[in-house]
Design a protein around this ligand. Structure first.
Ligand code: FA5
Length: 351
């Protein structure tokens, strides 16, 4: 009688030792395969004496059925273990927030322009844009600075190599990269709609570069023209801006000055945030004050250039540097204005 009991015992032991699918398959082939152990025992059944053959056949079938069940159970247990291990390995938390694509933000100068626009809009100033490249007439001549007037020397102007010296409307001189946003004044007045209250924010250009100057910078130019406007109105608007932008801790002052296109004229200073107004060895201000811009009552000759009767209307105007205004904000501690345009992400990403 073939020893099915031994074969079953060995088979169970081999199954218990098979830890992965290839090992299990090797056990199957060795015992249940075509040339396996069970097959060899089956062959022995046929060789049994007639009287024992039927019993041996039954024992063989039972052994085969039992071994197949044991194998199926071992395979199921292995599948279970492997899928549990895979789940553990490949588990993801679908409730975790995803990865956001890197999002940029406005450059600090653009953000300052938006904020300045907002602050003036609360007192009725509408943003407009005068040309950034303009005729000499709007940048100088109509602003009471005739050709060859020495006041022009204050603006280190870039002229454009433009062969036409005539504008469509007549003789308006050479073409310049505007050195200030004051070109908006006569352009706005000649539209002939009064009263007006506007702010022109634009790029301007000068041949200058040091810790407080860049060759390209931005200015915002406010202009209000109406009947009976006074210096008090100008001061009120400027104080509104200084308080809204710099907060109550900073001091501002109006200092008498001279511009050809305003009379009287002022410069507006703000106490330096870098040195706390002490001045002395401060790299940026030296005096404790930093010049933010100019202002004044619109000169009668400018009103006339724009076709407005100075006996009926008065106006005030102011022109400030956006970068200077931004860098002088509390806590900025910028000791070289040129960093704004150096494209250094380590700087820009701090905002
Ligand atoms: C003017 O440009 C006058 N148009 C301002 C004005 C307008 C006066 C209306 C009266 C009425 P000024 O040259 O001072 O003025 O320049 C104004 C401001 O621009 C300066 O106070 C400063 O804040 C800024 N600024 C001038 N040059 C530079 C520069 N190279 N880089 C950065 N900011 C500058």
């Amino acid at each position: 009688m073939p020893s099915f009991e031994d074969a079953k015992k060995e088979f169970r032991a081999a199954l218990a030792g098979a830890q992965d699918a290839p090992a299990l398959e090797a056990v199957r082939i060795a015992f249940l395969g075509r040339k396996g152990r069970l097959g060899a025992l089956m062959a022995e059944v046929a060789a049994q004496p007639e009287a024992e053959r039927a019993a041996a056949g039954r024992a063989a079938n039972e052994a085969k059925a039992e071994m197949e069940r044991a194998f199926a159970a071992a395979r199921a247990a292995l599948d279970e273990r492997e899928s549990a291990a895979r789940e553990e390995r490949e588990w993801i938390d679908v409730t975790e927030p995803g990865q956001w694509p890197a999002a940029g933000h406005l450059h600090p100068v653009s953000a300052a322009i938006a904020e300045i626009t907002d602050i003036f809009s609360t007192v009725g100033f509408t943003r407009v844009r005068a040309p950034e490249i303009d005729w000499d007439w709007y940048a100088f001549e109509a602003l009471n600075m005739p050709k060859d007037h020495p006041a022009r020397d204050d603006w280190e102007t870039f002229f454009v190599a433009e062969t036409r010296t005539q504008s469509a409307q007549g003789a308006k001189g050479k073409v310049v990269l505007t050195p200030h946003t004051t070109n908006v004044q006569v352009r706005a007045l000649e539209k002939g709609v009064l009263p007006l209250r506007l702010i022109n924010i634009n790029r301007v250009y000068r041949r200058q570069s040091d810790v407080t100057h860049t060759p390209m910078f931005h200015q915002f130019e406010g202009l209000m023209v109406d009947k009976n406007l006074t210096i008090g109105d100008l001061k009120g608007v400027l104080e509104h801006f200084v308080r809204a932008y710099f907060g109550p801790a900073r001091a501002a002052r109006l200092r008498p000055h001279h511009f050809r296109f305003t009379e009287p004229s002022f410069e507006i200073d703000i106490s330096c945030d870098l040195c706390g107004g002490r001045g002395g060895s401060c790299r940026v201000c030296k005096s404790g004050w930093l010049e933010l811009g100019g202002a004044g009552m619109v000169h009668p000759n400018v009103l006339k250039s724009g076709g407005v009767d100075p006996d009926v209307y008065t106006g005030f105007a102011f022109g400030w540097g956006v970068e200077r205004t931004l860098t002088m904000r509390q806590g900025m501690a910028i000791d070289d204005i040129r960093i704004l345009y150096r494209d250094d992400l380590r700087f820009v990403e701090q905002f």
